[in-house]
Every structure is written in structure tokens, then in C-alpha cells.
Write a new protein. Structure first.
Length: 94
């Protein structure tokens, strides 16, 4: 699995004649012949969560770096859960 994510920002839209939502990379939509589609779902709450994924990934990565560098007193369970979430997002299982 490649750890190269589709470029952010991601947005979601519901096409007028359809009942589901498309999650798309806003940057990829500007590429000629690039669909930019990341996913689709029938639930708007899921579409919003998926579209927020790149922002959540970046925020969590930055937060972990700051906590680690400044030795904040963050419970180890929270740190492990945050690291596990990033590993999962990268497709890693180690």
C-alpha cells in the first residue's frame, strides 16, 4: 500500500440527481482528466468525516510532535491511541 494520500483539501458534494455524496480532492479537480474522487457514501455525516480526514491527519501529526518535543504530561494511552490512528491511516500494521 502506498502511503501517498490524495492531495488535500478534500470536499464533499451531493449531485442533484443522486442520493449519495462524492468526496473529492479539490486540488485533483483542477488536473486535466483528473476526477479527484476519493470516495462516495450515502451518509452525509460519513462524507463530512471522510472529507475532514486530511485535516485531522495533519492536526494529529502536529499535536503528537509538539507533545513529544515539549514533554507534555499526556497519558500514555492517549499517545498510543493517536499513534495507532496515524499508523492505521498510513496502512501500517506494525
Amino acid at each position: 500500500m502506498s502511503n501517498e494520500h490524495t492531495p488535500a483539501p478534500w470536499i464533499y458534494n451531493q449531485h442533484a440527481s443522486e442520493s449519495h455524496f462524492y468526496i473529492e480532492s479539490k486540488k485533483m479537480l483542477t488536473v486535466p482528466n483528473g476526477s479527484g474522487q476519493v470516495a462516495e457514501t450515502w451518509c452525509e455525516a460519513d462524507a463530512a468525516l471522510i472529507a475532514a480526514a486530511p485535516d485531522l491527519y495533519e492536526a494529529l501529526t502536529n499535536l503528537l510532535a509538539v507533545c513529544d518535543k515539549n514533554f507534555f504530561d499526556v497519558p500514555k494511552g492517549y499517545m498510543r491511541a493517536a499513534e495507532a490512528a496515524l499508523y492505521k491511516a498510513d496502512g501500517r500494521t506494525d
